[in-house]
Design a protein around this ligand. Structure first.
Ligand code: PLP
Length: 393
């Protein structure tokens, strides 16, 4: 049988791109009895808020076990709309401008399947969340990578974005706060990117999954859709996953211009039909009543970030910009003189600390990603081991 795989749109996509190999090796070592410290997966370690769990259980008990409206329950869409009104001053119509999805990843897939024709280009600042390029290519599009440098705090510069735009460019993808660098765009950078979108008549896909994870009180999250003239060209992606520590619930959302709704709905129907019914009830409750849980978790993340930065800064050969958002650090190890893959592999094999090299995120050699969504004592132990490993190099 000739399966003719991979199909044309998949042929340049590498599964996992190196992350999977590290993860499976970490799991293998752990199964063999080794004590492994996991700084590789961006999976919050807190329990989901109690009121959200109880609301989901009530929904399940009361027979809320069927398809919901394809766009999501009106209850949840209304809570998401209220959230954008509170946080961004946006007046969002839950009937025409919101879709509830199976996590942020489904929102991203839905949006690119809807927007791209074969050969359409999407500007993707790098380092980036690895599925971006994959989704764009699966939708037949072409990612245009814009490298961001550590000197600019890994923030995409509007001038660099404009340089790669061509007549085939359809959209700019931004992710602030960023996975894997923790960088957050400054106000003038966001408005510079918005200017380019308006000037070249481009759409913007803004992945704001980490919108609540900002640590500098003088620079709260800026919603791309709230900038003048941007609402009609912005597709905002977000989720309950990180904000409420609900990654396993698989609930996210997409805010879009009302004119695109019928096409967005077609893609979503084919991908997911609707998000999980009782999980939507839990997320509605989280948005309604669990802000104090979010504040508590963000406070703890900030303490862990400060601990991680303090310990990493003391290691010779490691340079680390202070991330202002998300829950990752992206240090340079150029001063240690080993390639990133070797660094991460040996750190795992010799010290039992699991991290990810920078290349799968579209970064050049010389960086790695570590997450601080682990308890402080684990972070302390992991970085002590990392320091003794670095000293041996
Ligand atoms: N976007 C970014 C930037 C992410 O880091 C992640 C998950 O790590 C996602 C989207 C996917 O989120 P979800 O679990 O809600 O699908």
């Amino acid at each position: 049988m000739d399966y003719r795989l991979p199909c044309k749109n998949m042929k340049d996509i590498a599964y996992g791109g190196g992350i999977r190999e590290i993860l499976s090796r970490a799991d293998e070592l752990q199964r063999s009895g080794r004590d492994i410290l996991h700084l590789e997966i961006g999976r919050p370690d807190f329990d989901s808020p109690g009121p959200a769990k109880r609301a989901a259980m009530r929904a399940l008990e009361s027979g809320d076990v069927h398809y919901t409206d394809m766009a999501g329950t009106f209850e949840l869409r209304s809570e998401v709309a209220a959230k954008y009104s509170r946080d961004a001053g946006l007046d969002v119509d839950p009937g025409r401008e919101l879709l509830i999805t199976g996590g942020a990843i489904e929102a991203l897939s839905t949006v690119f399947l809807t927007l791209l024709s074969p050969g359409d280009e999407v500007v993707v600042p790098a380092p980036y969340f690895p599925p971006y390029e994959d989704i764009i290519m699966m939708a037949g599009g072409v990612p245009l990578r814009v490298p961001c440098t550590m000197e600019n705090g890994f923030r995409p510069q509007p001038g660099d974005i404009e340089k790669v735009v061509t007549p085939r460019t359809r959209a700019i993808l931004i992710n602030s706060p960023n996975n894997p660098t923790g960088a957050t765009l400054k106000a003038d950078e966001i408005s510079g990117i918005a200017d380019i979108a308006r000037k070249h008549d481009l759409l913007v896909v803004s992945d704001e999954c980490y919108e609540k994870f900002t640590y500098e009180t003088d620079s709260p999250h800026i919603y791309m859709a709230s900038l003048p003239g941007m609402r009609e060209r912005t597709f905002t992606v977000s989720a309950a996953s990180k904000t409420f520590s609900m990654t396993g619930w698989r609930v996210g959302w997409l805010m879009f211009p009302a004119q695109t709704r019928q096409y967005i709905m077609k893609s979503h129907q084919s991908i997911a039909t609707c998000a999980n019914s009782f999980a939507q009830a839990g997320v509605a409750e989280a948005l309604r009543s669990c802000q104090a849980d979010v504040d508590r978790m963000i406070g703890e993340y900030k303490r862990r970030r400060d601990l991680m930065i303090e310990m990493l800064s003391g290691i010779e050969g490691v340079t680390v910009p202070v991330p202002s958002g998300a829950f990752y650090v992206f240090p340079s190890i150029k001063g240690l003189g080993v390639p990133s893959f070797e660094f991460c592999t040996r750190l795992l094999e010799e010290e039992g600390v699991s991290t990810v090299p920078g290349q799968p995120f579209g970064a050049p050699d010389g960086y790695f990603r570590a997450t601080y969504c682990r308890p402080a004592d684990e972070i302390r132990e992991a970085l002590a081991r990392l320091a003794s490993f670095a000293a041996r190099l």
